[in-house]
Design a protein around this ligand. Structure first.
Ligand SMILES: [Zn+2]
Length: 302
């Protein structure tokens, strides 16, 4: 019998649900709205799981790995998730009792890292770090093939390491000078806004700044270089602690591709401890499906 597993990514507005085979094939994927009510959300997810399995009668479902946009303790407990409005929700018990299969949960960014390590840019890599650079900066740390979630689920919060860039800028977390305030899309836009033509523009996005840098605008070049320097510096700090084999860059800003990757790697090399400097850099490959693959990896690789 073919073994399959669900990967479920619960976001603030939509749930992404995928069925993945042990071989790593994404057999089915669907998206539906997230309910505000916890019970309704899990009822709905369990219903969708049943519907999907009905269309794969020859398969044996080993479980469901669930991603949540907040800290997750011991693969189940979500004490407080602002995005979902959840307090003290035991994800594994709630979904397992409804769907009739084992359930494990993890932070969504951590799960994306595990997905990339299993079937993405880090395929087969057991020590890997993912930096997800978008509106904010999230990420995940995989050590010996396992997610580092930590004692209260805050493991892998790489965006909130303090780096020596813009110490006067406050982060969404309330602290000053986090990696996220310099190197996220929000930070890139904030820095670019100090200069023309961005100062006068009604809306600026990170791609505008990268495009201007590519076209030769010196202010834009300085802004994107600083963001890459901060990411490379942070990557060097992380490598001192967990000594990864690979560091992946994902998220919206990673669409800049080699214009981001090259300078990040250069900044990493300038700052890395020699014993931990042998790191391969690459772009994440799985995009929005990384969490689904990560959910399945919780059962297929651990
Ligand atoms: Zn912060």
């Amino acid at each position: 019998m073919k073994e399959v597993c669900f990967g479920v990514d619960i976001g603030g507005t939509t749930v992404k649900l995928g069925l993945v085979s042990r071989e790593g094939d994404l057999l089915d994927k669907r998206e539906f709205p997230t309910f505000r009510d916890v019970d309704a959300t899990f009822d709905d997810i369990a219903n969708h799981m049943r519907q999907v399995l009905d269309t794969f009668p020859g398969c044996f479902c080993v479980g469901a790995g669930v991603g949540v946009p907040g800290p997750v303790v011991e693969q189940s407990l979500v004490s407080n998730c602002v995005n979902l409005g959840w307090k003290d929700v035991y994800v594994a018990q709630e979904l397992s009792s409804r769907a009739g299969v084992p359930v494990r949960a993890a932070n969504d960014a951590n799960l994306a890292a595990l997905g990339e390590a299993w079937q993405g840019a880090g395929m087969g890599c057991r020590n890997l770090v993912l930096l997800t650079v978008g509106t904010g900066i999230g990420g995940g740390i995989i050590c010996d093939g396992r997610i580092i979630a930590g004692s209260s689920g805050g493991g892998g919060e790489v965006g909130h390491m303090t780096v020596p860039f813009h110490p006067e800028w406050q982060c969404a977390c309330g602290r000053m000078g986090c990696l996220e305030v310099t190197a996220s899309a929000t930070g890139i836009i904030r820095a670019a806004r100090q200069f023309s033509p961005f100062k006068e523009m009604e809306k600026v996005n990170a791609k505008d700044v990268y495009d201007a840098a590519a076209a030769g605008d010196e202010n834009a070049q300085a802004v994107v270089k600083e963001a890459a320097s901060a990411l490379g510096y942070a990557a060097a700090l992380i490598s001192c602690v967990v000594n990864p084999e690979m560091i992946l860059l994902g998220g919206g800003v990673s669409a800049a591709g080699s214009a981001l990757l090259g300078p990040v790697e250069a900044a990493f090399k300038e700052n890395a401890l020699p014993a931990c400097a042998n790191v391969r850099f690459a772009l994440a490959q799985l995009g929005n499906n990384a969490g689904i693959y990560g959910g399945a990896a919780m059962f297929f690789t651990e």
